[in-house]
Design a protein. Structure first.
Length: 157
């Protein structure tokens, strides 16, 4: 891995089939549901968004209280197994988020891998401990929110 480039990984298992799990992620409108409310996440691109390779999504959020606009491109779209979104504009020098979905006999395993580089490297890496803590917190919230929304949807359906 290149100097200054970092990797974050998270994972979870859901007792739901892969098609149902992937469908939740294929609906860009669900992104706001799984982002911590304190981040003030708002999708600026009109919904519904047709997800496929090359789709662009603009949104606004707050990072450490600072308002940020973020533009993402879907770099790879391989339903129901994987998709990759890349930041084109935002707070990071590099941000590539790979989402993988693996079918299991008892449900679906979800793997997230984020490859990122902070701005102003090498000076920007002073903030690395804070960024790692924020990512862990965001993905802990995300895991709980995914479970809540997907399992509630299952109960309603």
């Amino acid at each position: 891995m290149r100097r200054g480039v970092h990797r974050f990984r998270a994972g979870m298992t859901l007792p739901l089939p892969i098609d149902e799990t992937f469908a939740f992620f294929a609906d860009a409108g669900n992104l706001a549901k799984i982002t911590p409310p304190g981040m003030g996440f708002v999708i600026l691109t009109p919904l519904p968004i047709v997800m496929r390779e090359g789709t662009m999504i603009d949104y606004r959020l707050r990072v450490g209280g600072v308002p940020i606009t973020w533009k993402t491109r879907i770099a790879r779209w391989n339903p129901p197994h994987e998709f990759v979104d890349e930041q084109l504009k935002g707070p990071y020098r590099i941000w590539v988020h790979t989402h993988r979905f693996l079918p299991l006999a008892e449900g679906t395993e979800i793997h997230d891998e984020v490859t990122y580089r902070l701005p102003l490297w090498p000076l920007g890496d002073v903030a690395l401990p804070l960024v790692r803590r924020q990512l862990r917190s965001i993905f802990r919230y995300r895991e709980q929110a995914i479970r809540t929304h997907l399992m509630d949807r299952r109960k309603e359906g």
